[in-house]
Design a protein around this ligand. Structure first.
Ligand SMILES: Cc1ncc(COP(=O)(O)O)c(C=O)c1O
Length: 430
């Protein structure tokens, strides 16, 4: 979907320099065709291959009305982690029964919203939450289907901030006897709760399937224990997301690489028990939208510190992409209007925020940059817009959806007035 024509970068059939001119920069651009291609792979290699399975797109990666519509149109489910994401999905007309609600500290009002909307699943993160759900359901005279999130005690290889399956984690139930099984019993006995099974999510941007397989085995052992202790076989297992994508030179693996061995183990264990395979759900986020997005910036100041480095400053930065500053994420990028240029030099592309750590790409080889050039940073579709802030009171950029040469605004650019819209001057300061 990314190609060069006459020295200019095109994304899903659109000249990105034209997009920059039409909508201004910084600008997030999403390719519908790339998102669709990931849906297609998931359909072919997971949903069709393993009947009874479901994909719940992890909205946290990129949650807008338009994205919820794309997921709805694809017939998939959606995983939300806050009242705000839930509201966005509902406002986009997402069927509530296809919404799954995750999160380690769901607020009372968030649970109430989820239960009254009739969400399909709540992924329960702890014993206190289970009690609160029971009480709320009883008071509201509603029922809700739940899974319990477990921390399977595996260590996946990624940045520490996005590794979640180890025991020392704020997420989920540890596998401790005296914590997990009483919660299972409670969920099974609760009159307003339908206990369906278990959930894990071991981390994000993962390339090795071994921790996934280990987590699956740990989960199956728990399922076995529940059979032995309570005579109940669960009907649903959720394997989370986390499948890695290519930012620079990582090798993206097909979904099957991770999913087949997990599904094979689940099938084998349930066959052994002479039980039907449970519904299996996955929650990919980054792997659906990560490489479907790029960010366009306009080059401004260029600063050369002799013998040290050359800074190419752009009109956005950590306020629209916090990942490099937050976990040293590394990206590729190009000068979109100089794709055929032969000269190259090593520079550091930095943002305009007042932090020395506001670096978008360190030591990148680009054609000599000039004021007004368009820098395109690749693979910013996941956790870019989603983590954007108004730091330095910079407006959050617009989002454009492109598809086979067509472009449409998906989120309008914030104005300065949008930034102060919720602000009040205390009467004492009048
Ligand atoms: C519970 C849960 N599911 C799914 C995801 C999506 O992960 P990814 O975007 O890496 O696929 C996350 C990410 O943090 C998560 O916490």
């Amino acid at each position: 979907m990314v190609e060069t024509k006459q020295g200019t970068l095109f994304f899903d059939g659109c000249d990105v320099t034209e997009l920059a001119r039409k909508y201004g920069t910084p600008l997030y651009v999403y390719s519908e065709s790339v998102i669709e291609s990931h849906f297609e792979e998931l359909r072919r290699d997971f949903l069709d291959r393993w009947p009874g399975s479901r994909v719940a797109y992890a909205a946290k990666a990129f949650c807008t009305l338009g994205m919820c519509r794309l997921v709805r149109r694809a017939g998939l489910c959606i995983d939300v982690v806050s009242g705000g994401e839930l509201h966005t999905a509902l406002a986009a007309g997402f069927p509530p029964e296809r919404i799954e609600f995750n999160g380690n500290n769901k607020l009372p009002q968030e649970l109430e919203l989820a239960i009254s909307a009739g969400v399909g699943r709540i992924i329960v993160d702890g014993a206190g939450e289970l009690e609160r759900i029971e009480r709320l359901c009883a008071a509201m005279d509603r029922r809700v289907a739940v899974l319990l999130r477990i921390t399977p005690g595996v260590k996946a290889d990624s940045h520490d901030y996005i590794v979640t399956g180890k025991k020392d984690s704020k997420f989920g139930f540890p596998l401790d006897e005296d914590v997990l099984y009483p919660a299972v019993k409670r969920a099974m006995d609760a009159p307003h709760v339908d206990f369906l099974g278990f959930h894990f999510h071991i981390g994000s941007q993962l390339f090795d399937r071994v921790p996934y397989i280990q987590a699956t085995e740990a989960m199956l052992d728990v399922v076995g224990q529940v059979r032995e202790r309570f005579g109940v076989t669960v009907s649903e297992l959720n394997l989370g997301g986390g499948f890695g994508i290519t930012y620079t030179d990582e090798e993206r693996k097909p979904f099957r690489y991770y999913l087949d061995p997990m599904l094979e183990r689940i099938s084998a264990r349930f066959d052994q028990w002479k039980e039907p395979r449970p519904a299996v759900v996955i929650e990919p986020g980054r792997s659906i939208v990560g490489d479907a997005g790029m960010t366009l910036y306009t080059v401004g100041e260029i600063k050369e510190i002799k013998g040290v480095r050359k800074y190419v400053c752009v009109d956005g930065g950590m306020s629209d992409n916090i990942r490099p500053a937050l976990y040293q994420a590394v990206y590729r990028g190009v000068l979109a209007n100089k794709m055929d240029a032969e000269d190259r030099e090593q520079v550091t592309v930095c943002g305009k925020c007042c932090e020395a750590g506001d670096i978008l790409v360190r030591d990148i080889s680009l054609p000599p940059a000039e004021r007004g050039d368009i820098f395109a940073q690749f693979c910013t579709g996941a956790y870019g817009y989603a983590m954007a802030s108004n730091y330095n009171n910079n407006p959050v950029p617009a989002v454009v959806l492109v598809s086979r040469g067509r472009d449409e605004l998906m989120v309008r650019r914030q104005s300065y007035d949008d930034i102060i819209r919720c602000q009040l001057i205390p009467r004492s300061l009048d």
